[in-house]
Design a protein around this ligand. Structure first.
Ligand code: PLP
Length: 352
């Protein structure tokens, strides 16, 4: 693979306690082009602006999908990825739905590994920090006709990111969205596509104005069944089961979700994927049957829910703090990701 190194390396951030998320980018990026479904070899080039035509498909019709994963520095200096093939496999599912060509998963992974190795010095080391990895694919024909593009661009950029939780796990406040919907079955809710985010921004904005961190989406048809939150899947721990909404085409199949289901089973918890109505959640809060609720996603890993607001009613989950199972799942997952705990399922992938 062709590698063009930057002649102007950037200053790496010195203060790793203040990295934030997705604001700083490393010195290099990977970029690869497909014409009529056939990818070129791709190359690593200095990080910088892309030149695209103002009529480019992505700018007008939103033909775009992406991924999100992280590289973690272990205490003994190794670099680990977490289930990276799952991300590229999911990207292929997203790409197919938006009429873009699939990647060769092995090749995409080896491209990523080359890029991470080149910019390895950029991986932050402070506890809880990571190198966020953002693969992205978009249609790029220079014409306004509404067709899936013949020319498609795939790229990977890297961003050193701060610890999601500065002072340990913290509970979030969630607004259950009664009106706006994110996706319906048959649409593209199961893909990681920019369009799913565009459609969610207004609800998130309005929830923020009301003092809530995130929106919990209900199903787009009856507005009755729980779907997911922002960029996280949802879990509800009842006295006798841990429930996450079943994948029925409108929510994303999170890799953290998949991992949590496995770890919960390992812990002897009765973890089930099924339809879950918001009424069942509300009743669970009121009867005390609902013990914990949390979101799962690459960014936060586990995000405990302290409070839900449904139709103006404030529902405090458990004691409003961090549940025992939420904490244990967080500790176990991050322990595996940072190489502190044994990786029984072979989820980590060492970059070397
Ligand atoms: C990325 C994402 C998730 C979480 O997926 P992970 O693979 O666990 O990071 C959940 N929902 C949506 C809508 C997402 O975009």
């Amino acid at each position: 693979m062709k590698i063009t190194r930057t002649t102007h390396p950037k200053q790496k951030p010195e203060d790793e306690s203040n990295l934030g998320f997705g604001r700083i980018f490393t010195d290099h990026m990977f970029i690869m082009n497909a014409v009529d479904g056939v990818w070129d070899e791709g190359e690593i080039i200095p990080y910088g602006p892309l030149s695209i035509d103002p009529s480019s498909t992505v700018l007008h019709y939103g033909q775009e999908v992406f991924e999100g994963m992280k590289a973690y520095k272990t205490e003994d200096g190794r670099t680990l990825l977490f289930r990276p093939k799952d991300n590229f496999e999911r990207m292929n599912i997203s790409a197919a739905r938006l009429c873009m060509p699939e990647l060769n998963v092995e090749y995409a992974l080896s491209s990523l590994v080359n890029l991470v190795k080149l910019d390895e010095e950029w991986i932050p080391k402070q506890a809880g920090t990571s190198l966020y990895i953002r693969p992205n694919m978009f249609g790029n024909d220079a014409k306004l006709g509404v067709n899936s593009a013949h020319n498609v661009v795939f790229n990977i950029i890297l961003s050193p990111s701060g610890a999601y939780y500065a002072g340990g796990l913290a509970p979030t406040r969630i607004f259950v969205e009664p009106e706006y919907v994110r996706a319906v079955r048959g649409g593209m809710g199961f893909t990681k596509a920019g369009g799913n985010y565009a459609v969610s921004m207004l609800a998130a904005h309005e929830a923020h104005l009301k003092g809530y961190d995130q929106v919990l989406w209900l199903d787009g048809v009856e507005r009755k069944y729980v779907e997911e939150v922002g960029a996280m899947n949802m879990f509800f721990l009842f006295k006798d089961e841990l429930v996450t909404p079943a994948l029925q085409g409108s929510i994303l199949a999170g890799i953290t979700r998949r991992s949590v289901l496995q770890l919960a089973k390992d812990m002897g918890i009765n973890a089930v994927e099924r339809k879950l109505s918001i009424d069942e959640v509300v009743d669970g809060v009121k009867s005390g049957k609902l013990l914990e609720a949390f979101g799962s996603g690459t960014a936060a890993v586990i995000s405990p829910v302290g409070e839900l607001n449904f139709h103006g009613e404030k529902l405090v989950v458990g004691d409003g703090g961090i549940g025992e199972v939420s904490q244990k799942l967080y500790d176990t997952l991050t322990g595996i990701q940072y190489g502190r705990l044994e990786d029984k399922h072979g989820w980590t992938y060492e970059v070397k």
